[in-house]
Structures are given as C-alpha cells and as structure tokens.
Design a protein around this ligand. Sequence first.
Ligand SMILES: C[S@@+](CC[C@H](N)C(=O)[O-])C[C@H]1O[C@@H](n2cnc3c(N)ncnc32)[C@H](O)[C@@H]1O
Length: 233
Amino acid sequence: VTVAARRALAQADVVVTDRLAPRELLDELAADVELVDVAKLPRGRAAAQEAINQLLVARARAGKRVVRLKGGDGFVFGRGYEEVMACADAGIPCTVVPGVTSALSVPALAGIPVTHRGVTHDFTVVSGHLPPGHPDSLVDWAGLGGSKGTLLLLMAVDNLPVIAEALQQHGRSPGTPVAIISDGSMPTERTVLTTLGESAATAADHDVRPPAVIVVGDVVSVANPTAYGQALV
Ligand SMILES: C[S@@+](CC[C@H](N)C(=O)[O-])C[C@H]1O[C@@H](n2cnc3c(N)ncnc32)[C@H](O)[C@@H]1O
C-alpha cells in the first residue's frame, strides 16, 4: 500500500477488509479500532456488495472514520467505484487512495517486467473470469490474440485452457512464454514458467490455484532466458 493508505489506516475508527487485502497491516491497528472482515460474506453476490455498501454508509453516518481496505488497487476489478457511488448517493464524502495493483506488482515480485525496451510497447490487464465466447464477456480475445503486447490475466486460472486456445487461434504463437505467479507476496508465492501451448497442462500438473497473475509475452523469457533456451545477456 501507499504511504497515504498507511496514514488513513492510522486514523481509522473502523476498517472494513477483504480476503486479498494486506492483512499484516491489521496487526498495527489500535485495539479500539473496529475491524469488519467482509471476506466472510458470500463472494460474488450482489447482496454481499449491497451489504458492504450499507455497512460503509451506516458507520460513516454514525460519525466514524471508515477505511475500506482492499487488495491491490480498488479500481482494478475491485468494485471500488461501486462503493464510491454508494457513498456519493448517501452524501458521505470519501477520499480514494490508489493502491498497487497485483497486475503489475505480482510480476515485479517474480522478477518479470511488464514492459522492456525493444520487447513490448504495451501491456493489457484482462479479467479471465468469463471464458472467450461467453455472451457476457466484454473482452476482445481476437484482438488480444492478434496483438504483440504483454497480457496480464487476472482471475484466469479456471479458464486458462480456453483462453490459451483462443489466443493461439487468433494469432499468438504456441511458443509464447507464459509465467503463472500464484500467492504473490505471500510466503507461499510460486512462479511456474511455461508456454502458451503448454500452459493449460502445466497449470494442471502443478495444481495452480487462485489467486494468480498469468503473464503472457516475451517479457517472461527476457526475465528467464535460460528457462527458454536463450543465452543470458
Ligand atoms: C477480484 S481481482 C482484484 C484485483 C485487485 N483489485 C488488484 O488490483 O490487484 C482478484 C484477482 O487479482 C489477482 N491477485 C490479487 N492478489 C493477488 C496475489 N497476491 N497474487 C496473485 N494474484 C493476485 C488474481 O488474479 C485474483 O484472482
């Protein structure tokens, strides 16, 4: 988290936290700070988000200084803006503190740059929670398959076989380097290196589980040249 986030936590009366939030920070809270763990609510249901929104508003209306602590950046697949809108609707002033998204920090922790001069001029952060072809999907998988940039796939472990297939169908080479980094920043952090063509089988062989960031692109081999049969430079 940023210095601003630490300052906000130090001034909080109530902290509302999530499963992927940096929980070690909670140990630093004063004993009288109310801690609400919304990870215990059922995930992904509209009702759970509504309950969180109501909780934030109720505590703020009670005169409390409320910090909503999320993993990474709350505006990157974090539903943060829904909470901002709920506060705005209720007339509760709030400040957004940007976070460090796992899309960028988890590859960096694994020693993989998301861009590298002469290798890629773009990166795209993609949610893989819906498979390619799903009627509700908003992702242009054909475009991503045809592009050359780094792909940072979040929430994509379960759909990796169909995602890898779609990217290859639309132009990415089966030999494209892939890194699957799970549990970034945790003691159980692990990086599995593979290629697009082998990625589904490798993930299954290594029993890869979420949370994971999947990096697709030549930056993976730049950071791990010997794993891809390249000479160290
Ligand atoms: C609902 S999204 C939230 C992303 C978050 N707002 C962010 O900016 O990092 C959850 C996904 O983020 C990724 N993720 C979050 N924390 C992670 C971690 N510590 N290690 C690996 N992946 C992580 C995984 O792809 C996970 O399924």
